[in-house]
Design a protein around this ligand. Structure first.
Ligand SMILES: [Zn+2]
Length: 285
């Protein structure tokens, strides 16, 4: 039987408020960036990354059901809780599916739930909206997966907005589901990186570019944007500009304003404020 190519469909949960500290300036309101989840499907379907809150996941589950296929696996790109904490709720909707990730990603996810300050941060940010029983993804046995005879490859690229990040490569459709290695129309979360970390992140983006993808799905993408490969270079430019501006500008406000002059069309400047605050704090260390 001839193989039919796999389909890639992207769901985006829009920006929404969360409970956070009061703003220090314009655009610093506690808003969570828009998030994507990607459905890869043939006769069956596999999913990349979950959302956060029970309500987000319930709406997302309705969307998945509209494809009328059976969900087999849920791949998690990296350990930040916003990309996998919805797994518990999603598995209530699809009990036959399984969540999985690389060993390093599972370890980071476990760290987020077992480190009291981090676990408390997530619960306090979305009070009463998260699953009460956390389900971690399982460690995958191989980084090569198969959906209807087509290869899907998990690639550990290293640094993105966090350590041990991965992307999922679907060669037959020339797609890369990039997690937080690539951003699209959203301010990039730099708080876990110094200049060297951002250089490593830029190198991770080179790895994605070398795959010559036609479809590049960013983990945080503005609603309605297209999933094109131009998001790779745009992400690299953002990181280079941020490192340069952190060197040139003194205060948090000045860093924010200089970045907004170049990248003011991106969603959620709170993430930029957060990155600028962290970069200034790092100087004192
Ligand atoms: Zn993220």
């Amino acid at each position: 039987m001839p193989k039919s190519p796999l389909n890639v469909n992207v769901y985006v949960a829009p920006m929404r408020p969360f409970v956070g500290p009061p703003p220090q300036g314009p655009g610093d309101d506690a808003v969570w960036s828009p998030m994507s989840s990607t459905l890869i499907s043939g006769e069956n379907e596999a999913l990349v990354d979950t959302l956060i809150t029970n309500e987000q996941v319930d709406e997302f589950a309705e969307w998945i059901r509209s494809f009328d296929k059976s969900l087999t696996g849920i791949y998690i790109t990296h350990g930040h809780s916003d990309h996998w904490i919805g797994l518990a709720r999603l598995l209530e909707h699809f009990p036959r599916a399984r969540g999985f990730a690389t060993a390093e990603v599972v370890e980071r996810a476990r760290f987020e739930t077992t480190t009291p300050a981090i676990a408390a941060y997530w619960q306090a940010s979305f009070p009463g909206e998260l699953p009460t029983e956390i389900v971690l993804p399982e460690v995958m046995g191989s980084d090569e997966l198969e959906l209807e005879g087509e290869l899907i490859r998990a690639m550990s690229v290293g640094q993105s907005d966090t350590e041990h990040s991965t992307v999922l490569h679907v060669p037959s459709t020339r797609a890369v589901i990039a997690g937080d290695v690539v951003y699209n129309g959203v301010h990039m979360m730099t708080a876990e990186t110094d200049r060297a970390g951002r250089e490593a992140w830029i190198a991770s983006l080179d790895v994605v570019a070398e795959l010559a993808p036609e479809i590049v799905v960013a983990g945080h993408k503005r609603v309605g944007t297209s999933d094109g490969p131009e998001n790779i270079a745009a992400s690299q430019q953002y990181l280079r500009d941020f490192s340069r501006i952190v060197d040139e500008e003194e205060s948090v406000e000045d860093i924010v304003n200089a970045m907004l002059a170049l990248h003011g069309d991106r969603d959620n400047p709170r993430v930029l404020w957060h990155g600028a605050r962290t970069a200034v704090a790092r100087r004192a260390r």
